[in-house]
Design a protein. Structure first.
Length: 694
């Protein structure tokens, strides 16, 4: 059971807890409540577990949009911030946009739903039985396909990915309706389990039978539930006779990426005619410029929708497509096919070309001078030069137009995350945990006490989440081994590492000598920590931040504090590092190893974001740069809680601009702790003064 409903310790109410994804959401009530297990089949939507309680009111401690539906599924009310709706007695299902997908059902009840500046309240006309159902976003492959190294067999394996889709209409652009593709193993023969039901969507991708082409097309094939057939020239065809070339002047890889983005985006717009008929900003932005009847489009078969979408000029919609979360650069060799299902599950863009090979990870020229300062302290251990990285060559993938970059291959990536199959498998096999978020901080050099004090103030500063933070100093190899093998959500190491071990008070601990580790995620804020971080992932961790070279103590402090704050705000590990790199000239020496999409804590608003604020006359211009998470993937919606904003936006990338008064800005900044970029650098919303914006 991955979902539980637990009573709150500090006030009446209950917590909805996703034990796998380490997510929780509080529901407050005016008086103590009892709760009983309830049936899940009374909801219009799939839920994993449900309880029944009796109460006069429910209060949610955050601002969330609330949809109220009648028993037939029709929208009875939409309540946004600073709005209130009174509904007559009837049967209703409430759908608040909380971090964990939660539904509330009442029967023959009148109620008032109010969303104010900092909370959401639902009041009933009398004590009422409320059914609360929730579902986990945790998803895993339903089957495993075995393929040989032959590209045609790999093509047949990738063709099964579309079987994981939970819908074949535009609704599949919602992340909750895209299931995890089947896993792939490379073996001696092609073996596709009989229970995999491959869809017939009327769309076919004709591809050259080589691994590079199949890898690149895998996300598009998955999203379309497409058939794959060998051909000399790549193109998309439908059973209605429509054809679309994927071999253009832009190049095959670029064309496939653009095709996926175009189809996905127009599905997001078309779905506004479906079950969730919302007021979407992007629809209003493009509708005057496209000759599309979205109501009619929604009813058409997938193949006809695709043919219609691909006749819309890309440049008409390009500026409105959400910023893609991830581009994955992959070495097109057979063994790497085993990681394809996991990047496809993220709907990543896949690239195979233009990876520059290097012999070492260079230090930027502007950083060289920093190492010669008289007062400089590095985090290098004196004998580190005697050892070398496990992998001897580096690769620098060409940056693509995505928020994050990743690499699949044997080399050490620069400027991108290092993905491994072991990390994905550990994420899927993560143990359930309804207890506090456990964080272990280890400081093995007293000269680095400043970072320890800073992160000790940050971790666990959230009132809405329970944390268990323990700080350890000057550990021996045996003590560090105990810390690493004990279960914990996050391990923050401050000290020295060498390629062949952590430097301890009595010697070195090499993680390759440890049978398994209990930590999920980590930051090894020490020089040359790549090897030990990669070993942690191989031994059981999911992901961590490591360094490729020497780092300066003062820069490492800035990186360490920034990463700690960002993780505490709910940013995934890879996104946190992408933002934090800008805080030091040596930020490029840090990369993520493993599945960097994992989070340590949840965002208060559900979707982590960075604010960019600039003064404009007597007002301020606000942009939000939103980052998707595994719980709120591509296709998720966000509504900025700014007065007079009544449209929803597609998440991922920049949304805005919004002009706000000084009082509106101050209220907005204090709603939750988020990073804020100004001309003066990176700040934090709840402690930002307006003088820092000017």
């Amino acid at each position: 059971m991955t979902l539980t409903f637990e009573p709150l310790d500090d006030r009446p109410g209950l917590a909805v807890i996703d034990q796998i994804e380490r997510q929780r959401y509080r529901i407050h009530t005016p008086a103590p409540i009892g709760r009983k297990k309830a049936a899940t089949d009374v909801f219009q939507y799939p839920v994993g577990d449900a309880v029944r309680m009796r109460t006069r009111a429910i209060e949610l401690p955050t601002v969330v949009m609330v949809y109220v539906r009648d028993d037939g599924g029709a929208i009875a009310a939409e309540v946004a911030q600073f709005e209130s709706e009174t509904l007559p007695a009837d049967d209703y299902v409430l759908d608040p946009l909380t971090q964990i997908k939660t539904y509330m059902r009442v029967e023959d009840t009148a109620m008032e739903v109010t969303v104010d500046s900092d909370r959401t309240r639902i009041e009933f006309d009398a004590p009422t039985d409320v059914l609360i159902g929730a579902r986990s976003q945790h998803d895993r492959p339903a089957a495993t396909v075995t393929t040989t190294e032959n590209p045609r067999d790999v093509m047949a394996a990738v063709e099964t990915f579309g079987s994981a889709l939970k819908a074949y209409d535009p609704e599949r652009s919602y992340p909750t309706l895209r299931g995890h593709p089947p896993a792939i193993e490379v073996g001696d023969s092609l073996d596709i389990p009989a229970d995999i039901d491959r869809p017939d969507t009327g769309v076919t991708l004709e591809l050259p039978p080589d691994l590079a082409s199949v890898f690149v097309a895998a996300p598009l094939s998955y999203y379309l539930g497409a058939s794959l057939v060998p051909a000399s020239t790549p193109r998309l065809t439908t059973d209605t006779g429509f054809t679309y070339s994927l071999d253009t002047a832009r190049g095959f890889e670029s064309e496939v990426g653009r095709t996926l983005k175009r189809l996905f985006f127009l599905d997001c717009v078309t779905r506004t005619e479906g079950f969730h008929q919302i007021d979407l900003h992007e629809r209003a932005a493009i509708e005057p410029y496209v000759d599309l009847d979205f109501q009619s489009l929604y009813q058409q078969p997938l193949a006809e929708q695709v043919a219609t979408y691909l006749q819309v000029p890309y440049d008409v919609i390009e500026d409105h497509i959400p910023k893609w979360r991830l581009t994955t650069h992959i070495d097109p060799v057979p063994t790497n096919a085993e990681q394809l299902p996991y990047v496809v599950d993220d709907l990543a863009i896949v690239r195979t070309h233009q990876q520059q090979r290097l012999q070492q990870a260079s230090v930027p020229a502007e950083a060289e001078a920093e190492f010669t300062r008289d007062d400089v302290i590095t985090r290098a251990a004196s004998s580190d030069a005697a050892t070398a990285p496990t992998e001897t060559d580096y690769v620098e993938p060409q940056a693509e137009d995505s928020l994050e970059q990743a690499w699949i291959g044997d080399s050490i990536p620069i400027g991108a995350s290092k993905l491994t199959k072991a990390a994905f498998e550990h994420r899927l096999d993560r143990d359930t945990n309804a207890e506090d978020i456990t964080i272990r901080v280890v400081q093995n050099d007293t000269r680095m006490d400043e970072e320890r004090q800073l992160v000790d103030e940050v971790y666990g500063s959230r009132d809405d989440l329970p944390f268990d933070v323990t700080v350890h100093d000057d550990l021996t190899t045996a003590e560090l081994r105990t810390v690493l093998t004990t279960d914990a959500e996050f391990f923050h190491y401050i000290g020295h590492t060498e390629h062949d071990g952590f430097v301890c008070s009595d010697g070195k601990l090499d993680v390759t000598t440890v049978d398994s580790v209990g930590i999920d995620t980590f930051l090894l804020n020490a020089c040359n920590s790549y090897n030990q971080g990669l070993a942690l992932v191989e031994k059981g961790a999911i992901a961590g931040i490591v360094t490729l070279n020497e780092v300066l103590n003062d820069g490492a402090i800035r990186i360490g504090e920034t990463v700690a704050r960002l993780l505490n705000c709910g940013f995934p590990l890879r996104a946190a590092l992408t933002i934090a790199r800008g805080e030091s000239v040596l930020g490029g020496q840090y990369i993520v190893v493993g599945d960097g999409s994992v989070t340590v804590a949840q965002a208060e608003s559900g979707i982590p974001n960075v604010l960019k604020i600039e003064p404009e006359g007597n007002e301020y211009t606000v942009n939000m740069i939103t980052y998707t998470t595994d719980n709120r993937g591509l296709g998720s919606l966000i509504i900025p809680y700014i007065e007079n904003i009544d449209k929803q936006y597609l998440s991922s990338g920049t949304i805005g601009e919004f002009s706000v008064s000084e009082s509106e800005l101050l209220r907005f900044l204090n709603m939750e702790e988020v990073p804020v970029r100004t001309e003066n650098g990176l700040h934090w919303s709840t402690s930002l003064s307006l003088d820092q914006v000017l």
